[in-house]
Design a protein around this ligand. Sequence first.
Ligand code: SF4
Ligand code: SF4
Length: 195
Amino acid sequence: MAMTEGTGPAAPVMGKGSMTVRVVERPKRTFATQIFLIEVWKGLGVTFRHLFVNLARHALRALGITGQPGAVTIQYPEDPAVLGKRARTRHRLLKREDGAPRCTACLLCETICPAKCIRITAENAPDAMVEKRAKTFDIDLGMCIFCGYCAEACPVDAIHMDANEVEISSYSRKDMIWNMAELLGDAPKVPGGTA
Ligand code: SF4
Ligand code: SF4
C-alpha cells in the first residue's frame, strides 16, 4: 500500500491502495511554557471563571430568577440520575407469551459471566420442545460488573439489563443476591428475603 505524507489537511485518497498520512508536529515549548507559572495561572483562570459563573447561576436559580442549573453535575440524590438510553441497569428475566420464563437453563450466561456471579440450577421442562428450564436463577449484583455479556450471550433473549434501576445497594451482601422470582418481577425485593 502506498502512503504519502504531509503537514496540511489530509488530502483525499488518490488511487487504489494509497493512503494520506497527516504528520502532526509537536508544538515547541517556549521559555514561558517551560517555567509553568503562566500556564498555572491560565489554568486557575479557567477554574475560577467556572466557579463564579456557576455560583451566579446557582444564586439566580435559588432566587427563582432562572431555572438554569449552576453546573452540569447532577444534584444527586435530590435530582434523579439521568441514564443513557443504552445504559446497562439491573437485570430482569423475561417471560414467554404463556407466562413461563423464557430461560431454557442453557447456562451460557453463567459460563460467560466474568464475575462468576450467576448461579443457575436446571430441571426438566414440561414442554418437550423446551427440554430444560431454570429451577433457580440467582444473580449476585454485589459482584456483577454490569458488562452485559450475559444479555449478549443468551440465545433466547431471556435476560435483559433494562430494568432502569441503578440504586441497588444494600446493608448486607446476601441482599445483593436477586433470585428468579425477583428478577422475573413476580416478587418484590425484600431485604433479608433471599436464602
Ligand atoms: S452483567 Fe456481566 S458480570 Fe453481571 S451478571 Fe452479566 S455477565 Fe455477569
Ligand atoms: S443464557 Fe439465557 S437461556 Fe441460557 S441460562 Fe442464561 S438466561 Fe437462561
